[in-house]
Design a protein around this ligand. Structure first.
Ligand code: NI
Ligand code: MN
Length: 235
């Protein structure tokens, strides 16, 4: 049984009972609505962290979690270099867009996202390409779009990747908003779709219930609006 837990903003935990957790974009310190503390995360069996891009609302607690749990950190090549050479992380697995790697109990594929590529730590020369990720575990395909605008590339996921659950940003200002996320859902054809990355700071508000209503009206997926402690169990 795989459980995907929403910890608010873009932080999604993939939990497998008796095995442990994969954290995507663990942003806890400074995440105003998250349900977990860093200590609670450190008590878990963290197997891996997967990062979509550098921005602080995605990478933020990664160095500390990685140093304390000795989990593997999986990121695009330049971001992996930054983590190794600037943050001094030991267990880093670099990948890149289009690449897929089987880590034994799970595999990860990086897919394109259209977003900023800077590493805003100005002491570093690194830039990278922002990504979405597909995590495959126990025959489930979990897609986290990262931060992105709508792209026609998402059609490939719908045609070839059999996505069980998709986590899509709906925030308008920095990423696609609700209307484009609806088109993305049509492209990706996930069995379940979860809106994320909205209303954390009031740059502009997005109503996840409006997104869910539109998904249901168009009958393109099963929407789940999650509070920051709720999860979806993939059977
Ligand atoms: Ni971002
Ligand atoms: Mn973001």
């Amino acid at each position: 049984m795989i459980e995907t837990i929403f910890h608010w903003h873009a932080f999604v935990e993939i939990y497998k009972e008796g095995w442990g957790s994969i954290l995507i974009d663990p942003f806890i310190s400074g995440n105003p609505k998250t349900d977990v503390s860093l200590d609670q995360i450190l008590e878990k069996k963290v197997k891996a962290i997967v990062l979509t891009h550098w921005h602080s609302d995605h990478l933020w607690d990664t160095p500390e979690i990685a140093k304390k749990t000795w989990c593997l950190v999986i990121a695009t090549f330049e971001l992996a270099q930054y983590l190794q050479n600037i943050q001094w992380l030991q267990l880093v697995h670099p990948m890149h867009i289009g690449g897929e790697y089987n880590f034994g109990d799970f595999s990860v594929k990086f897919v394109p996202a259209v977003h900023g590529w800077g590493i805003a730590d100005l002491s570093t020369p690194y830039v990278t390409f922002p990504a979405g990720v597909i995590v495959r575990i126990d025959w489930k395909n979990i897609y986290h779009a990262g931060d992105t605008g709508l792209t026609y590339d998402m059609k490939l996921l719908g045609e070839y990747d059999n996505i069980d659950i998709a986590f899509l940003p709906i925030w308008w200002n920095f990423t696609m908003g609700i209307d484009d996320a609806i088109i993305a859902t049509k492209f990706i054809k996930p069995k379940i779709v979860v809106p994320i990355h909205y209303s954390t700071w009031q740059v502009i508000d997005a109503d996840p219930v409006e997104f869910a209503r539109k998904v249901m009206l168009e009958n393109i997926s099963v929407p789940k609006v999650l509070n920051p402690w709720q999860s979806v169990i993939l059977k």
